[in-house]
Write a protein that binds this ligand. Structure first.
Ligand code: PEP
Ligand code: MN
Length: 372
């Protein structure tokens, strides 16, 4: 059961004390406080754990400081959509809104290599009105002898360049909690010229200790990718780990599943689950067409498979697209074969906008039909 308090209710107020006192007198009930501090208001939710069946929802709702009470019967207590649950989806970070209603594109380098390549990428993004990107500094590689990313050595100059080109959010994977500190330190030292969305990659979806540490900080939002060999439910529970540790500013990423059933794609594309994740949780949903498809193969209609699956995810209501580009894919140190070219950026963005417009039309059509 979740007790949602009135917005901005002060912890020192008599109303707050009354709620705490009321709950303290209930047997076998433990409480856990969760706060969301937004730009305009502070929301406090009290999670009740234990024998909640014996509690009287109406009675709790009649307490002066309580806005409403949600009975949680399902999993994903914090992130889930529950009955009578009208809590909003999403969050804002560094001026960019993330929700189940809108769409952000994160085009960029799979892995940071040279300052020249990073700068060409950022220039192209600015020329196309983009304020988000992807830039991998820590790369989890299958082969220990492959390039592992520049790590902390590149952070300062990447952040400064990003700031120079008006980038507000960089999606950047971390594979160890020490890298979280390195990113925070580099952001601080450079005076926060940009923002970072921490990416938990598919190989670390169930690295629970990493999730707990990342969840304990609230400065940076998180893109959690679905594990490539586990169920959707297991991956959504991984997201709940982040939220239960304190950080609910999470985007959930679909990136394809590891099975030969998806051949010749690198992974079996799972974007049919975009609406499923939106139904089960309040998280915005990201699709990664690059790591799903893994090649630049095109169909006879001239469209690359990467474009096709992107459109499939977007027309199903995806809220974020994470996609690999590179100014010179032959020279890329990671995942060159799946990178789109800078000259393809305006074409890709227009294709995404076309699919998004079709999604919005479909959403309006459904609304009209249901209103009948
Ligand atoms: C990536 O986005 O660079 C990446 C390694 O993705 P994934 O964790 O989905 O393989
Ligand atoms: Mn990659």
């Amino acid at each position: 059961m979740i007790v949602i308090l009135k917005a901005n209710l002060d912890e020192n107020s008599p109303e707050y004390a009354q709620i705490v006192d009321y709950l303290a007198h209930k047997p076998n009930i433990k409480t856990r406080i969760h706060q969301e501090i937004g730009t305009s208001q502070k929301l406090t939710e009290i999670y009740l754990i234990g024998d909640t069946a014996s509690l009287d929802k109406t009675e709790i709702e009649s307490l002066p400081g309580v806005d409403r009470v949600v009975r949680v019967s399902e999993e994903y207590r914090i992130l889930g959509r529950h009955r009578d649950d009208s809590r909003p989806s999403g969050f804002e970070y560094n001026g960019v809104k993330f929700s189940q209603e809108n769409l952000n594109v994160f085009a960029g380098l799979c892995a940071v290599d040279t300052p020249e390549h990073v700068e060409s990428m950022l220039k192209a993004l600015r020329a196309n009105g983009q304020v988000c990107t992807r830039m991998g500094a820590y790369k989890p590689r299958t082969n220990p002898y492959s390039f592992q990313g520049h790590g902390k050595d590149c952070l300062a100059w990447v952040f400064e360049l990003a700031g120079k080109y008006g980038i507000k959010v960089i999606a950047m994977e971390i594979t160890h909690d020490s890298q979280l500190n390195e990113i925070q330190e580099a952001l601080h030292k450079t005076g926060h010229p940009t923002g970072v969305m921490l990416q938990i990659g598919t190989r670390n979806t169930q690295n629970f200790e990493l999730l707990k540490i990342v969840g304990r900080q609230r400065e940076l939002p998180v893109l959690l990718k679905r594990g490539f060999g586990i169920t959707l439910e297991e991956s959504l529970n991984a997201a709940e780990y982040l939220a239960s540790a304190g950080n609910a500013n999470i985007v959930f990423g679909l990136r394809g599943m590891k099975t030969n059933m998806g051949d010749p794609h690198r992974n079996f594309v799972d974007f049919a689950q975009v609406p499923v994740v939106k139904r089960l949780t309040r998280m915005p949903v990201c699709i990664d067409p690059s790591h799903s498809v893994g090649t630049r193969d095109a169909s006879p209609d001239g469209l690359l498979d990467i474009f096709h699956v992107t459109a499939q995810g977007v027309i199903a209501g995806a809220n974020m697209v994470l996609v690999d580009f590179h100014p010179a894919p032959a020279k890329a140190l990671v995942d060159g074969p799946q990178a789109l070219l800078l000259e393809e950026l305006p074409y890709f963005l227009e294709d995404v906008a076309t699919a998004r417009a079709a999604y919005e039309k479909r959403r309006d059509l459904a609304k009209r039909f249901l209103a009948k």
